[in-house]
Design a protein around this ligand. Structure first.
Ligand code: BES
Ligand code: MN
Ligand code: ZN
Length: 498
């Protein structure tokens, strides 16, 4: 699908359908919406009769041709003006794109809504709207041979601004939206792809294809290399599976060679059965999702490269399958991690932190300015924050603050949990340096504290995306399944660093 823009009075747009956003507090007089003056005679009566209320995500199609203008209007509700923000707009834009598609249109135009406090500049408005349009049309259809939906039908969307926006800024906004959308959808595809079709080796192949198309440097470590590098924590997870693990390392250089890279780590357990501590039936259902952190890292590197962001990045994605077998590690086993620390595996289902432990040690070799990891690490995080907010923990106040700001801009919400050191006591081991799992209390924090053992002085932040990587509800801009959470968050963090 193509998205372009025009600066023009909306009444003069030649289009099969013009989408117009309205607040639920817009009055029939439309006095606060001067840009709608030419369309008032069509819209006002509908507001008067309450055929259209402006409630968030409400839709009304008006089939009335305007001379030398749009053939029809599609009204889409934004809800109350004072509750407005990027998330509401993104989902309304997604809903609007779906409405245009459902009217079997191949093209449509969309009048950008008015600005508000938290979306002041028109470029940001355009970016959020364009992203919403693309996400609204997303569907995982790689495996559908029938019932393909009509997503491909809508081919062209024109964003209309009544107010002048500088061409350069408009173009940048659309390019960012395009790159974010592509990256988010790519991450969703990988998360939605079933585990039998996405083994660690398949993920490595994906990464290689991505590296080729985006001009990234790539290295994939196999089992022999992992053994040679003494990655005992990583190996303890992959050893039980028939499908050998891989460590994927991608590099993107967008600025001076001397500038330290940001290290992005992503947990990629292509299927988490729990291992010998086998999960119960309910817990197994969606464990193909357990590579969402890795998918987000691949997607961010691709987007950064396609936008030519002026940053250096190293992406490290430890990929493995966690399976029970005669070769699996057992509860009570002690392994030596790449860092030299000995870990007693008290629960084989706490595998994410094991693969990340060695990935963290490996990351230090790249002398990064900071390390950010994304991981579907704990069920406790899902319990604490649900499917819309990820847990954020970190050792550096500035890094944490910037990630919070990126969270607000990107729509990927985060909430900080404390890395409260006294809780490390829950991981006390009688035989090794510490255990890999504690009890049920403070599960997400203990996951964070475990990872912290493998981090030096380098600023580090951990995003537990166990709750947010997948949604069972779906909405206009996220379908049931993988959400691509974290991609837009990290991209906005990078924008703030450029
Ligand atoms: N992949 C799971 C966490 C998870 C749970 C993600 C639900 C998404 C939805 C992780 O590997 C896991 O099993 N964690 C254990 C840790 C425990 C054994 C300390 C958990 O949360 O139960
Ligand atoms: Mn697990
Ligand atoms: Zn897991």
């Amino acid at each position: 699908m193509k998205i372009n823009y025009k600066v023009i009075d909306p009444v003069g747009v030649k289009t099969p359908a013009l989408i117009v956003f309205l607040f639920s507090d817009d009055k029939p007089g439309l006095r606060r919406r001067p840009e709608l003056a030419g369309l008032k005679h069509l819209i006002s009566p509908r507001l008067k009769t309450k055929d259209f209320t402006g409630d968030h995500l409400s839709v009304l199609g008006l089939f009335q041709e305007i001379k030398r203008g749009p053939e029809r209007l599609i009204l889409v509700g934004l809800g109350p003006e004072k509750e407005h923000g990027p998330e509401k707009l993104r989902s309304a834009a997604a809903k609007a794109a779906q409405a245009a598609r459902d009217f079997n249109l191949q093209e449509a135009a969309m009048l950008l809504p008015p600005k508000w406090e938290n979306l002041k500049n028109p470029e940001e408005l355009a970016e959020v709207t364009a992203l919403g349009v693309r996400l609204g049309l997303y569907r995982y259809d790689e495996l559908k041979t029938r019932d393909k939906d009509k997503a491909g039908l809508l081919r062209h969307m024109t964003l209309v601004s009544a107010e002048k926006i500088e061409t350069g800024k408009f173009n940048t906004a659309l390019k960012k939206a395009e790159a974010s959308a592509k990256a988010i959808c790519y991450a969703r595809d990988l998360v939605n792809r079933p585990s039998n079709l996405l083994k660690p080796d398949d993920l490595a192949r994906e990464a290689k294809a991505l590296a080729r198309s985006q001009g990234l440097k790539i290295k994939v470590l196999g089992l022999a290399e992992a053994k040679r590098r003494k990655m005992g924590a990583f190996l303890s997870v992959t050893q039980g599976s028939e499908s050998p693990g891989r460590i994927i390392i991608l590099e993107y250089h967008g600025t001076g060679r001397r500038i330290k890279p940001l290290a992005l780590l992503g947990k990629a357990i292509t299927f988490d059965s729990g291992g010998i501590n086998l999960k119960p039936a309910d817990g197994l259902k969606n464990m193909k999702t357990d590579m969402a952190g890795g998918a987000a890292v691949l997607a961010v590197l691709a987007a950064a490269a396609s936008l030519k962001l002026k940053v250096n990045l190293v992406g490290i994605v430890p990929a493995a399958e966690n399976m029970p077998s005669g070769k699996s590690c057992r509860p009570g086993d002690v392994i030596t991690s790449m860092s030299g620390l000995n870990v007693e595996i008290t629960n084989t289902d706490a595998e994410g932190r094991m693969v990340l432990a060695d990935a963290l040690t490996l990351a230090h070799e790249y002398n990064p300015c900071a390390i950010i990891d994304l991981a579907t690490l704990t069920g406790a995080c899902l319990v604490a924050l649900g499917d819309k907010i990820a847990a954020l923990m970190g050792t550096d106040a500035e890094l944490v603050q910037r990630l919070k700001e990126a969270g607000e801009k990107s729509g990927d919400r985060v909430w900080e949990l404390p890395l409260y050191d006294p809780y490390f006591e829950f991981l006390k081991s009688e035989v090794a340096d510490f255990n890999n799992a504690g009890g049920r209390a403070a599960g997400a924090i203990i996951g964070g504290l475990f990872l912290k053992q493998f981090v030096s002085e380098i600023p580090w932040a951990h995003l537990d995306i166990a709750g947010t990587a997948r949604t069972e509800k779906g909405g206009p801009d996220t379908r049931i399944g993988g959400t691509g959470f974290g991609v837009n968050l990290v991209l906005h963090y990078l924008y703030s660093q450029e």
